[in-house]
Unconditional design. Structure first.
Length: 237
């Protein structure tokens, strides 16, 4: 997985090709595994601690905790003294799905417990066994969510760049218009109509024409609109 901070599992090793016999053994072992979902991770609890607590009830395979939203994490680190990553939900894989089911039923809505004075003693587990859910389904889900998030960021960045270009263009047009108006004032001429007002008036005229005559705009209106806009731009530049 890409999010290594939220992962607690066997150390990475060089992967060697499996023989058919070894592959059959591996698939059988995967079929026996069970996964529980923890809908809330107590504040400050790390993957290694979750593994330690769950290992008291059975053999644990892999543990993955989802970190909090990046914006929330930034604000928390900025305005609090807690710098370690916080996690909001998690998945724990047990080697035996019967054990996983029993653990979820036994611990759900129960206090975490521990020695008196420990940090999470009075916190409560919220967990559920996921029938027919395997670890590869989780990795596929995480990869899909990451791809969706990346696509969303691309759209937002493209929109931001477009808005920035429009803003800079309007700023430059306003600057040029101010300079032209200063020269016209020195020559005793009236000021030019603000560029934004011209564009808005043309858009309003276009909307009114469309509402009166649905369908394609008449060619005369297109020619008049184009000529009026060119006239304004020509007077500015």
């Amino acid at each position: 997985m890409s999010d290594r901070e939220g992962y607690a599992g066997p150390s990475e090793k060089v992967v060697k090709p499996l023989t058919l016999e070894a592959l059959a053994i591996f698939n059988a072992a995967q079929a026996r595994t069970g996964v529980i979902y923890i809908s809330r991770i107590p504040p400050g609890m790390q993957p290694a601690k979750v593994r330690h607590l769950m290992s008291q009830y059975g053999e644990v395979g892999r543990v993955y905790l989802q970190q909090e939203d990046a914006k929330i994490a930034y604000l928390r680190r900025k305005f609090t003294t807690t710098k370690k990553p916080h996690f909001v939900e998690g998945w724990v894989e047990f080697k035996d799905k019967k054990v996983a089911r029993s653990v979820a039923e036994m611990l759900n809505a129960q206090p975490i417990g521990g020695k008196k004075g420990t940090r999470w003693r009075d916190d409560v587990w919220t967990m559920k066994y996921l029938p027919k859910f395997k670890w590869n389904m989780l990795t596929e889900q995480i990869a899909h969510e990451a791809a969706v998030h990346t696509a969303k960021l691309r759209v937002e960045l493209a929109q931001s760049r477009s808005e920035q270009r429009d803003y800079m263009r309007n700023v430059e047009l306003a600057r040029i218009l101010d300079k032209r108006n200063e020269k016209r004032k020195e020559q005793g001429q009236g000021p030019l109509e603000p560029f934004q007002r011209v564009i808005k008036r043309l858009a309003d005229d276009e909307d009114g024409e469309t509402s009166r005559k649905p369908g394609k705009r008449p060619k005369a209106v297109e020619i008049a609109r184009s000529a009026q806009l060119n006239n304004v731009l020509g007077s500015i530049f």
